[in-house]
Design a protein around this ligand. Structure first.
Ligand code: NDP
Length: 283
């Protein structure tokens, strides 16, 4: 009875998550990666480079972007270029997108990955920070998607969106950040459905990441959690694979699928965990 049911679910899950990635599917692909001057975005640029893709990367820091481009060329990218842009400026998402499409002569993968800076702390009433973080982390993603859809329709391309467990579970100490990630999951989940309804050939992949060992994340969470952080390079590869195999939603590390599932079935478990925390010494 129950055991059979459990085994069936386990077998279906294993089948769903089998690795069907073919590196050839990204060779020569035209890719735009945002937030690629450091962290997971940088690692994605390196994987795409090794697979022989044509890459445009973007972020604000020109020196860091130049270094990443140099490394991409060494690693075997067919083409690697950068364009600076500040996603807090409402004009930049479209400008950056147009630059990439012009240079690449079209686009196959739009990888939305950048995030603005935010503190790990109790929210103390700053609504302006939430508004500005929404522009950087969320509205700019929507603006880029708007510009990209007609281009991706012609190539049968993909939008890859980097989200977080914090976009599935309301996460204390990062209220502004968790809000922007919920917004991403809501918008791109709906967009994916609408594209299916319209029988569009564009795919949307939403990546739900757990804690990853990037410098910025490690600096921020110090003192807040002892959770294991997973390697950025592996996270980056799992994002690329999910996008190339057109998965609608994927988790890295994989067990966060169950973190989210269990939280939905037993929401009171999170309340119990939270009640064991104290706000003292956390300001
Ligand atoms: P990093 O801080 O290492 O990288 C962020 C990137 O965004 C940088 O390239 C930065 O470049 C760019 N960026 C920041 N602000 C702006 C801006 N205003 N305009 C344009 N670009 C900007 O982050 P991670 O690599 O850790 O995170 C990457 C993605 O993974 C994010 O979407 C994050 O939410 C997600 N994620 C990360 C987790 C983690 O634990 N690390 C966990 C779950 C999800 P520059 O400063 O040069 O502009």
């Amino acid at each position: 009875g129950y055991l059979g049911f459990f085994l069936l679910i386990a077998a279906l899950t294993a089948y769903m998550w089998r690795d069907t990635f073919d590196p050839e599917s990204v060779r020569g692909a035209r890719v735009l990666i945002t937030g690629a001057s450091s962290g997971i975005g940088e690692q994605m640029a390196y994987h795409y480079a090794k697979f022989g893709a044509q890459i445009v990367i973007t972020a604000r820091r020109v020196d860091a972007l130049k270094k990443v481009v140099q490394n991409c060329v060494k690693l075997g990218a067919q083409n690697a270029m950068y364009v600076t842009g500040d996603m807090s400026d409402p004009a930049d998402p479209e400008r950056v997108f147009k630059y990439a499409v012009e240079k690449l002569g079209g686009l196959d993968f739009l990888v939305l990955n950048h995030v603005g800076n935010t503190n790990v702390e109790l929210w103390k009433g700053d609504a302006d920070h939430v508004r500005s973080l929404m522009q950087v982390n969320f509205v700019s993603y929507v603006q880029m998607a708007a510009a990209a859809l007609p281009v991706l329709e012609t190539s049968g391309g993909s939008i890859i969106v980097v989200s977080s467990v914090a976009g599935k579970l309301a996460s204390p100490f990062v209220a502004p950040y968790t809000s922007t990630k919920f917004a991403i999951n809501g918008f791109f989940g709906a967009l994916e459905n609408e594209l299916a309804i319209r029988k569009s050939n564009v795919s949307v992949s939403i990546l739900i990441l757990g804690l990853i060992d990037t410098e910025s994340a490690m600096n921020k969470i110090r003192g807040f959690t002892t959770m294991t952080a997973y390697p950025a390079s592996e996270a980056a590869l799992s994002i690329i694979k999910a996008g190339a195999t057109r998965q609608k939603e994927a988790y890295y590390p994989w067990f966060h699928y169950f973190t989210c599932l269990i939280n939905n079935i037993f929401p009171f478990m999170k309340d119990i965990l939270i009640s064991s925390l104290s706000a003292e010494n956390m300001d």
